[in-house]
Write a protein that binds this ligand. Structure first.
Ligand SMILES: [Zn+2]
Ligand SMILES: [Zn+2]
Length: 338
C-alpha cells in the first residue's frame, strides 16, 4: 500500500503549514537530484514534491482531506456500497440525474357543514376552494419565450452538494436549484417560474341523500396542481345538530306532545317528517313514551340502499290547571273506574 501525502512528508494529519514546509525542505534537500544520482532518490523527490504541492495549498489540502465526490472509494469499499448507503439514507442519496416520475398535485381537504334535512334528502353545495392551480400565463411550465437556464453556482450543475457531519461525508440535494443543477433566467412573472399559482375556485359538491356525519366525498381533480395533473378535493361532511330531529343510524327521531284525552281516546295527528307531512292515527290507550314507527321515512342507507324509519315518541302535554267543567268531566271518568 502506498503512503499518503502526510506519511510521505513524515508529518501528522494535523500538522501546521509551517511544520509541513519544514518537513518538505528537509526531505527535498535529502533527495534533490543535484545531490543524488540514484533513480530511487529522484522518484522519491518527485513524490515528496507532489505531496508538498497539495498540502501547502489550504484549498487543495482541504479537498485532499475531504474528497467531494465518492468519499467511500478512497476507503476501499467496493462498487455497490453507495447503493447500500442509499437504502439506509433514502432521499439524501438520490441521484439527481434520476428524478422521481411526475406526480399529481396533492389532495386538498375541506369541511362542509350541512343541515340534517339536507343529509336525508341530498343537496348540492357550492364551495369556494383556495388551491394551487396551474399557472394560466405559462400553462404550468413556469417558462416564457424569454426563459433561459444557467448552471447553478451552488452545486456546479450537479444538483447535489456534499457536507460533513462528524466523520461522515453526506450528499444532499442542492437547495439553490432543488436538485435540477440549473437556474431559470426570466421565468414566468405570473407564477415566478413555479408553474403554479394560488387561486380561488368555485366547486360544486354533490351530496348524496343518506350521507352521514363524518363521511368524506371525493371531488376529482379539484385539489392542487402537480406535474401529472390535479389532485382531488376531499370534503369532510359534518351535519349541524337540529332542534327538532335527531338521527340515529338510518332512523330519524322526533317527539309529539298529546293531551291526556288524546292519549286515552286516541286521535289523528299530522307529523312533520323530513320527507313531508304524514297523517298518523294514534290508537286509544297510548301511553307516554310509546314510539310509533313510520317506515321508509328515515335516511337512506348508502350501502344497502334501504331507508330507515321516522320514529315519533309520544309525550304527555299535561295541563297546569283545569276548568270547573274539565274537573267535572274527570270526576265522572273517575266514577266510571278510569
Ligand atoms: Zn406561470
Ligand atoms: Zn444547485
Amino acid at each position: 500500500m502506498s503512503l499518503n501525502f502526510y506519511e510521505m512528508l513524515g508529518v501528522s494529519k494535523t500538522a501546521s503549514s509551517d511544520e509541513i514546509k519544514k518537513a518538505y525542505r528537509k526531505l527535498a534537500k535529502k533527495y534533490h537530484p543535484d545531490r543524488n544520482d540514484s533513480a530511487e532518490a529522484s522518484e522519491h523527490f518527485k513524490r515528496v514534491s507532489e505531496a508538498y504541492e497539495v498540502l501547502s495549498d489550504p484549498k487543495k489540502r482541504s479537498e485532499y482531506d475531504n474528497p467531494p465526490r465518492s468519499p467511500f472509494g478512497n476507503m476501499g469499499f467496493g462498487p455497490g456500497f453507495e447503493d447500500i448507503f442509499s437504502e439506509f439514507f433514502g432521499q439524501q442519496q438520490r441521484r439527481p440525474n434520476r428524478p422521481p416520475p411526475p406526480q399529481k398535485g396533492p389532495n386538498r381537504g375541506i369541511e362542509i357543514i350541512i343541515d340534517l334535512k339536507d343529509s336525508v334528502l341530498g343537496t348540492t353545495k357550492q364551495v369556494k376552494v383556495q388551491r394551487m392551480s396551474k399557472c394560466s400565463s405559462c400553462n404550468g411550465t413556469g417558462d416564457t419565450k424569454a426563459t433561459t437556464y444557467r448552471t447553478c453556482n451552488a452545486c456546479h450543475g450537479t444538483g447535489s452538494v456534499t457536507f460533513r457531519q462528524g466523520m461522515m461525508t453526506m450528499q444532499t440535494t442542492c437547495n439553490t436549484c432543488n436538485g435540477k443543477g440549473k437556474i431559470k433566467v426570466n421565468p414566468c412573472r405570473n407564477c415566478s417560474g413555479t408553474g403554479i399559482k394560488q387561486e380561488a375556485v368555485n366547486v360544486k359538491v354533490a351530496i348524496p341523500d343518506g350521507i352521514n356525519d363524518g363521511m368524506r366525498l371525493r371531488v376529482a381533480e379539484k385539489g392542487d396542481w402537480g406535474p401529472a395533473g390535479y389532485g382531488d378535493l376531499i370534503a369532510l361532511v359534518r351535519i349541524r345538530p337540529d332542534d327538532r330531529y335527531r338521527r340515529s343510524g338510518d332512523d330519524i327521531h322526533s317527539q309529539v306532545k298529546l293531551l291526556p284525552s288524546e292519549c286515552l281516546g286516541g286521535c289523528e295527528i299530522t307529523v312533520e317528517t323530513l320527507r313531508g307531512d304524514k297523517t298518523v292515527t294514534v290508537p286509544p290507550c297510548t301511553a307516554p313514551g310509546t314510539i310509533i314507527r313510520l317506515s321508509g321515512l328515515g335516511a337512506r342507507n348508502l350501502k344497502t340502499n334501504t331507508k330507515g324509519c321516522h320514529k315519533i315518541e309520544i309525550f304527555l302535554d299535561m295541563p297546569t290547571s283545569l276548568t270547573r267543567a274539565q274537573m267535572e268531566s274527570i270526576e265522572s271518568l273517575q266514577k266510571s273506574g278510569l
